[in-house]
Write a protein that binds this ligand. Sequence first.
Ligand SMILES: Nc1ncnc2c1ncn2[C@@H]1O[C@H](COP(=O)(O)OP(=O)(O)OP(=O)(O)O)[C@@H](O)[C@H]1O
Ligand SMILES: [Mg+2]
Length: 357
Amino acid sequence: MGGLFKDILGSNETLFKNDVALEFDYQPKLIPYREKEQRVVAGCIKPLFQEKNGRNVFIFGQPGVGKTAACRHIIKEIEDETDDIVPIYINCWQRNTTYKIILEICELMDFKFVQNKKTEELFKWIKQTLNKKSVVFVFDEVDKLEDLDFLYMILEEIYRKTVVLITNYKEWIVDLDERIKSRLMPELVEFKPYNYEETKGILKQRAEYAFHQNVLSEDAFEFIAKKTFELQDIRMGLHLMKESARTAEDKSSRKITLEHAQKSLSKVEEFNIKKTSELASDEQMILELVKKNSGRKIGDFFKIYQDNGGKLVYKSFQRKIDKLEKNKFIAVEKTAGGEDGNTTIIKANAEKKLTEF
Ligand SMILES: Nc1ncnc2c1ncn2[C@@H]1O[C@H](COP(=O)(O)OP(=O)(O)OP(=O)(O)O)[C@@H](O)[C@H]1O
Ligand SMILES: [Mg+2]
């Protein structure tokens, strides 16, 4: 192509070397900046290599700080290292009851005869099989669980194991049933948000997997890294990189420029870190009500919730509010003083644009 058109992308060309690398659940080969956290978890698993019982771990931290990625990486290493330790990873968002979890464990262990069997029968098989080896259980997003019977069963009846629990909410462990808490006795591991340098390092690595060389301009990258750091969620960076590349491709540009990155940010103004469709139905109901009644005091809002058929007791309701806030679906403002003393105001978050962060 002549000089005049050298920066124009052909219709069958793409800026991506591997666009899958920008998917949220893509497993990068390395998980930098989490060596310390991974070492604690590995330390709890270590006794299993000597056929002793392992220790348990409770992992907490904000969305998009590498909890799932780090644990998946540990599981991969176990798989590469030995056949004597069975790794079982389950996301409790999709599997939120004891029955569903037990069924999933059977599935992961290739047990085919699950039809018409009760939880107890299935667990009996699991127990017999797993107790011949050691097991690392990772239960991700445990705050989504509706019951914890399976956890009790595992703690009581699987002999050599490490149970890793992951959640965004540190408080989850506090409310845990004593029966389970006293058997779990986990090491607590906090995943703190990444600093700016770390955020850049992670995004740089992903950009290298995803794009051909020199495609992503330095100022576009800096812009994306800065926004990602402000939002403290790596997913935002992955999303922005993908969107900017699409914007650049739409313009048939061979480079992703700062302008493309800025455009992509304005396009994702309504982007939520997690999609609303992934929320449980009672959480969606609360979110809808917040949108219609933004700016109320929490007590008044609870009445509105009840008048609309909400069934949760106040404490559970409050927990849902916390959850919606932490995932940035709503905003909660606490004001001290004023005529009613301390008040909590619940606000819809759509009003706050991403560009304002
Ligand atoms: N240290 C890291 N190195 C490489 N990639 C990372 C790192 N930390 C996070 N990521 C990437 O960022 C994205 C979000 O990470 P991850 O899914 O592990 O977040 P999380 O802490 O489990 O969040 P949530 O609480 O919402 O589930 C993933 O695509 C992951 O690969
Ligand atoms: Mg996760």
